[in-house]
Design a protein around this ligand. Structure first.
Ligand code: F6R
Length: 613
């Protein structure tokens, strides 16, 4: 069961360079181990290494393998079977005829493996993937495509595969079953990748392989067929992202680049959506043509990690505007257990990648129960986008750092746009004048820009709160509590700091026992109407001599008077403060991580696209 990035190339150039370059652009998908298989028409040679792509690259420089014009590659995030050379892909059958790279999960691999072991097959790895090359060898008909056709119906699960065969050295076969895999069209060359970021330098013409399709890639042509052999004319689509968007430019890390991009990405999220004091979302007009808003009795929002936190912000804002209940769920919980669902539930799935298996599963559960579904995603060709009834694109551009930053702020912006859009069409709303909120949205990119400047100026003293600390608390009330959760997640993820978030009023109900002199606490105080109570909570912490750093808006004196240190940020509409105040928390996590010497783009044990549940 592995998550990973897959690449493939066939053409006139040396495949090795293209595979390595592609893998580097997919490294956010997994960086425990990597490997390539290259064919020069006579032989196939494989190199696999534990560690990052640069380790594989170094190994290839030190001890080169053959040069060839066809190859496949893989970068792995191990979920079962340790990260090791042995468990890394490509994997082959005993006689070295079939070579396979795999992303996803073969759910029935145990029984398949049992059958193959009974046949006398000697397994070399702990992976589910290894059953595939052995099955290909077992059911070998002498024809590459036919053999793959024999084996595919035996595999259960969600998977993307790229396969090479020593007797067909000009062809790669690729399958994408609920797992992304994209072919790229070149001039007398063909490409394959899990994500377009690996293809950008080579081609803009792509075709995302769909479920139940097989792609055969040669330098001459790319042929797509259904599993039953029906030819499919692949409708080429143009990649809208540019190479420029995935370059680091002057930054050391994508995380910092993506934090700094937020004024621009929020502007992109808003683009074309606010006109004449109204929100227009063209892609959601069909939803309201089909259902009046009063058709819906409940809104459910689902997501994981940072997307779940954006959903919590969405819930709090929607509850203020709508007169129907809004619930937010962790996707992996919702997909197994939920309350009554029907066609009167509007289910909103939040996923930057559009691939997260937990959210995909939650979406399918919602659809099984007849709910009306909207995907809010950054990837318009992803599975989640495809399966949901309606899609709202966040337009944040490629996010390559593992930690979500611009994805979070673009998701909240989208949720607020959606809230206003729906409330414009509804009588089930509170009398809320959203003119002020709309004006604030228009100003938001500038406010975020200003926040970036103010935080960078103050970061040295702000970051002191994390110096030499292993544990830290974040507290807030209302939307600031959600912000605290997101801030804690960022600090855990990139600075490996044990950060815990609490609703400020809750600390006295138990956690106060952990507050001893000098314990660092970040108190978020961006919600003016809750500040009075928060100040009381800060006083309780100060009585126990905690070291408290406040984050509040310019013009507020109350917080500054009770804390040890204060960071001022610009004031915006209260619903937008989870976006504005996320900036210092993102920068704090970035600085705390880099000061400790960590690669903040590739946090340990993590990967960006989690395509297993
Ligand atoms: C945290 C982070 C993760 C993701 C989560 C969901 O920085 O990046 O918590 O937010 O894995 O991913 P998507 O939004 O792609 O479904």
């Amino acid at each position: 069961m592995d998550l990973s990035g897959i690449v493939g190339y066939v053409g006139n150039r040396s495949s090795q360079e293209i595979l390595i370059h592609g893998l580097k652009n997919l490294e956010y998908r997994g960086y425990d181990s990597a490997g390539i298989a290259v064919s020069n028409e006579k032989t196939i040679e494989v190199r696999r290494e534990k560690g990052q792509i640069q380790d594989l690259e170094a190994s290839l420089q030190l001890d080169p393998i053959l040069k060839g014009n066809l190859g496949i590659g893989h970068t792995r995030w191990a979920s079962h079977g340790t990260p090791s050379v042995t468990n890394s892909h490509p994997l082959s059958d005993t006689n070295g005829k079939y070579f396979v790279v795999h992303n996803g999960i073969i759910e029935n691999y145990r029984e398949l493996r049992k059958g193959l072991v009974a046949d006398g097959v000697d397994f070399q790895t702990d992976t589910d993937t290894e059953v595939i090359p052995h099955l290909l060898a077992k059911y070998d008909t002498g024809n590459f495509l036919d053999t793959v056709r024999q084996v595919l119906p035996l595999l259960k699960g969600s998977f993307a595969l790229a396969i090479m065969c020593s007797t067909n050295p000009n062809t790669i076969i690729a399958i994408s079953q609920e797992n992304p895999l994209i072919v790229g069209f070149g001039l007398k060359e063909g490409f394959l990748a899990s994500d377009i970021s690996a293809l950008l330098p080579y081609t803009k013409e792509i075709y995302p392989i769909k479920n139940n399709e097989i792609a055969m890639i040669t330098s001459e042509r790319i042929t797509i067929e259904t599993l039953d052999g029906e030819p499919i004319h692949p409708k080429k689509v143009l990649i809208e992202w540019d190479q420029e968007e995935i370059d680091l430019h002057e930054y050391d890390y994508f995380m910092l680049k993506e934090i700094m991009e937020q004024p621009k990405t929020i502007k992109k999220t808003l683009e074309g959506k606010i006109k004449n004091s109204h929100v227009r979302i063209a892609e959601l007009e069909p939803l309201l043509n089909q259902y009046e808003f009063h058709h819906f009795e409940k809104i459910d929002i689902v997501g994981n990690g940072t997307s779940y936190h954006s959903g919590m912000v969405g819930k709090k804002v929607m509850e203020q505007l709508f007169r129907i209940p809004v619930e937010v769920h962790i996707s992996s919980e919702f997909s197994n257990e939920h309350g009554h669902l029907s066609n009167r539930n509007l289910v909103i799935v939040l996923s930057q990648s559009g691939e997260t298996a937990d959210s995909l599963s939650a979406l399918k559960e919602a659809k099984r129960n007849d709910c009306v579904t909207i995907a809010i995603t950054n990837k318009k060709r992803s599975n989640i986008a495809r399966i949901a009834d309606y899609m709202l694109l966040t337009n944040a551009g490629p996010e390559l750092a593992v930690a979500a930053t611009k994805a979070y702020t673009s998701q909240i912006t989208s949720l607020i746009l959606l809230t206003i859009f729906l409330s414009q069409h509804s009588d089930k709303t509170n009398a809320y004048d959203y003119t002020e909120l709309l004006d604030a949205l228009v100003q938001l990119p500038d406010v975020v820009e200003q926040t970036l400047i103010m935080t960078q100026d103050a970061i040295d003293s702000f970051a002191q709160v994390t110096n030499d600390q292993d544990h830290l608390f974040l507290i807030g009330r209302g939307l600031d509590y959600v912000l605290a959760l997101e801030g804690a997640l960022k600090l855990q993820e990139v600075a490996y700091l044990h950060a815990d978030a609490y609703a400020a009023g809750e600390v006295k109900h138990g956690t106060m026992a952990l507050i001893t002199p000098g314990v660092p606490v970040i108190a978020l105080a961006t919600q003016a109407h809750l500040r009075g109570k928060l100040v009381s909570n800060i006083r309780e912490l100060k009585t126990r001599e905690a070291f408290v750093v406040g984050v509040t808006t310019v013009g507020d004196d109350a917080v500054g008077e009770v804390v040890d240190q204060v960071l001022y940020i610009p004031e915006a509409h209260p619903y937008l403060m989870p976006i504005v105040a996320a900036i210092p928390l993102q920068l704090l996590a970035y600085y705390a991580g880099t000061v400790r010497g960590y690669n903040v783009d590739r946090p340990r044990n993590l990967a960006k696209s989690l395509t297993v549940e």
